[in-house]
Design a protein around this ligand. Sequence first.
Ligand SMILES: *[C@@H]1O[C@H](CO)[C@@H](O)[C@H](O)[C@H]1NC(C)=O
Ligand SMILES: *[C@@H]1O[C@H](CO)[C@@H](O)[C@H](O)[C@H]1NC(C)=O
Ligand SMILES: *[C@@H]1O[C@H](CO)[C@@H](O)[C@H](O)[C@H]1NC(C)=O
Ligand SMILES: *[C@@H]1O[C@H](CO)[C@@H](O)[C@H](O)[C@H]1NC(C)=O
Ligand SMILES: *[C@@H]1O[C@H](CO)[C@@H](O)[C@H](O)[C@H]1NC(C)=O
Ligand SMILES: *[C@@H]1O[C@H](CO)[C@@H](O)[C@H](O)[C@H]1NC(C)=O
Ligand SMILES: *[C@@H]1O[C@H](CO)[C@@H](O)[C@H](O)[C@H]1NC(C)=O
Ligand SMILES: *[C@@H]1O[C@H](CO)[C@@H](O)[C@H](O)[C@H]1NC(C)=O
Ligand SMILES: *[C@@H]1O[C@H](CO)[C@@H](O)[C@H](O)[C@H]1NC(C)=O
Ligand SMILES: *[C@@H]1O[C@H](CO)[C@@H](O)[C@H](O)[C@H]1NC(C)=O
Length: 496
Amino acid sequence: MAAAGSGSFQFGRIASKRLMMLVALLLVSCCLGHGFGDEDHVEVEGIGSSCMESERRALLAIKSDMYDPDNWFSSWTGKDCCGWRGVACDNTTGHVTNLDLRYPDTYNKWVISYATETMGGSKVNPSLQELKHLKYLDLSMNNFSGAPVPIMIASLVHLEYLNLSYAMFDGLIPPQLGNLSNLHYLDLQAWDYDLLHVDDLDWLSGIPSLKYLDMSSVNLSKATNWFYVINSIPALEVLRLRDADLPYVPSPSPTFNLTAIATLDLSGNSNDPSATLSWLSNATSLENLLLSGCGSLTIESLQVALGALGNLKELDLSFNSLEGEIREILNNVSSRGLKHLDLSFNQLSGDIPQGSLGDLEYLDLSWNFNVIVHILASLGNLTNLRHLGLSGNSISGEIPQTVGNFVRLEYLDLSTNGIIGKIPRSIGQPHQLGNNSNMDRKKPLVVESSSSEVKLSIWYHPNEYSGSHFSPGIGSFFQQSNWQSTIISRKFQGHG
Ligand SMILES: *[C@@H]1O[C@H](CO)[C@@H](O)[C@H](O)[C@H]1NC(C)=O
Ligand SMILES: *[C@@H]1O[C@H](CO)[C@@H](O)[C@H](O)[C@H]1NC(C)=O
Ligand SMILES: *[C@@H]1O[C@H](CO)[C@@H](O)[C@H](O)[C@H]1NC(C)=O
Ligand SMILES: *[C@@H]1O[C@H](CO)[C@@H](O)[C@H](O)[C@H]1NC(C)=O
Ligand SMILES: *[C@@H]1O[C@H](CO)[C@@H](O)[C@H](O)[C@H]1NC(C)=O
Ligand SMILES: *[C@@H]1O[C@H](CO)[C@@H](O)[C@H](O)[C@H]1NC(C)=O
Ligand SMILES: *[C@@H]1O[C@H](CO)[C@@H](O)[C@H](O)[C@H]1NC(C)=O
Ligand SMILES: *[C@@H]1O[C@H](CO)[C@@H](O)[C@H](O)[C@H]1NC(C)=O
Ligand SMILES: *[C@@H]1O[C@H](CO)[C@@H](O)[C@H](O)[C@H]1NC(C)=O
Ligand SMILES: *[C@@H]1O[C@H](CO)[C@@H](O)[C@H](O)[C@H]1NC(C)=O
């Protein structure tokens, strides 16, 4: 790599300067002042440790502006800043190359807006720009209280990894970030209530080495040519532009150029994605395709693309109001290799065709209302299945004994269907009663479980359900509500 060459060049240069400075110091040590931030000078002090004094001082200045209730910075003492938590230096040059100040994820970031306790405000201290040799910078999850993204970050031209996600920055993302031509990873995803936006994305074309780009929840509505800019970054492997208010892409789409793309998440963008989908039909490298909540998707527009995506492992089409038969989608999805299929919250109907779901580990068909029953019996062959969500459909009858064939199942939700009869012995004995306010809202329970345990959540009507495997008392616990729920769990022996 080019960096290694310049590193050893620098090493030679610095070593000879070191020698000269050492001589100078010996001669006039008393006269040399401190505090000028002169790296070569302070490096003499640093002999024996690997930390440059000027960079150490810059780090301490940065620390002084960071909110730190948990004493995360307690290791930031002494001379050797290279050993401080979150800091790493180049072995040969001694320069600080990595700074990881990600705020420890002690809260659930998805409910932060409801969090009562404050995260406290941090600031990005201008001394950051003195860490000129940084390759890795992570400021994610801090609370920068709506400050603009600091333009000085654009001067850290050696950066290969920059993560400013969920950091409560607001305003324009500075196009100067396009100067960071060595970046491989750029993560700018925002909280959905942040106000980050761009005027265009042209600056991204200054970063041709970009492999990973996340600008989810950044308002990209003004980036009318976003699609063409993105398509000209041939190294891209992961692209996440969820909830980004992406502008409409006119047809015809450009020739597909992203030959390395593996993950594409355009969920939550409601402009007509048909041009994007026809462009995708050459994305044969694609493994994860997430198009949840894309208002105007239709089965017809999907079929073009899906048929060609032979390497797909994950497909999320939830919350799309897709109308039609399940098989119209499944016929076009390669059954080999697909592990994760989420079709929940659509208006799909019909049955799952036999043998169409070979390797699935995750299947969610919840809340389509019209998905019917026969799948249950045939799904018994899906021995890799870990998650099966079927709530809110028209599945009637009894739970088939073959449910016991799901040897890896961790989550099964059959709530709000027309299920009757006994819970098969193959599932096991009732074990644990849910105690969850969700029950009042007729929602499926969220069930956590270990990989060797199956848990079953069923909403059932007491008049329809005659289960005899419940332990005494459970029935009366929910007698007052119309719907009842229970979680049944058993340990599978020898699996997991
Ligand atoms: C630098 O040191 C670390 C651990 O001390 C080592 O894993 C790494 O390989 C070294 N890198 C170089 C370029 O010598
Ligand atoms: C972020 O910091 C500001 C300023 O300290 C504070 O008012 C705000 O409540 C903090 N936000 C969160 C979500 O903690
Ligand atoms: C950036 O930080 C966030 C939050 O800390 C993390 O979830 C995400 O994976 C990071 N992005 C990259 C590319 O590592
Ligand atoms: C970005 O690069 C341009 C030249 O390409 C330069 O004029 C500008 O000052 C740089 N901006 C920053 C913030 O480094
Ligand atoms: C994005 O910004 C535009 C103004 O530039 C605004 O009209 C639009 O509502 C914003 N989108 C979202 C989702 O906030
Ligand atoms: C495809 O990428 C190359 C750079 O590798 C670029 O020169 C070309 O213009 C791109 N084509 C399109 C249609 O964006
Ligand atoms: C897909 O690839 C074929 C053959 O390489 C090419 O003719 C076609 O134009 C491409 N379509 C798109 C949308 O890139
Ligand atoms: C997609 O499915 C439709 C209908 O099931 C079929 O006619 C078409 O050939 C399929 N397309 C591809 C590319 O597999
Ligand atoms: C399940 O496997 C049995 C034999 O083990 C086979 O007869 C049946 O057709 C299979 N069903 C499906 C849906 O693949
Ligand atoms: C149910 O939850 C309440 C309050 O969250 C708790 O006091 C009670 O002990 C729980 N009951 C069971 C059976 O877990």
